[in-house]
Design a protein around this ligand. Sequence first.
Ligand code: DQA
Length: 138
Amino acid sequence: KQLIIINGPNLNLLGKREPEIYGSQTFEDYLEVLKSKYNTVNLEYFQSNIEGELIDKLQEVGFNYDGIILNAAAYTHTSVGIGDAVKAIQTPVVEVHISNTFSREEFRHQSYISPNAKGVILGFGLKSYDLAIESFIF
Ligand code: DQA
């Protein structure tokens, strides 16, 4: 299976960004854990702080990969463009968040991704990504 994790803005700072919310592990370290756990899966990773680059990546992989695990971070709550891209592509998208966005500020309760996602996994810390991979395997 060919899967990709796409992370949006500020997720490159995981490990040092608000560790009480997002934990103290870097994503690069966690990715190694995921890659060895799911060593039969071809797991790619892309991160960008730029909205258009996230859309470009969704379009690039969205007609030939088996699954997309998308944490659009703050753009989740603002980006009609990323929402439209998720709708436009064929590859199923699982929306992921590290934190439980519904237990946080009101503006985080809105998602432009969810209406077109295959499913949503949130609130389990970095394990949310692990659960999203599981959803594509079993
Ligand atoms: C986040 C939640 C978003 O509200 C926030 O803007 C992020 C990270 C999460 O993974 O919990 O940057 O997507």
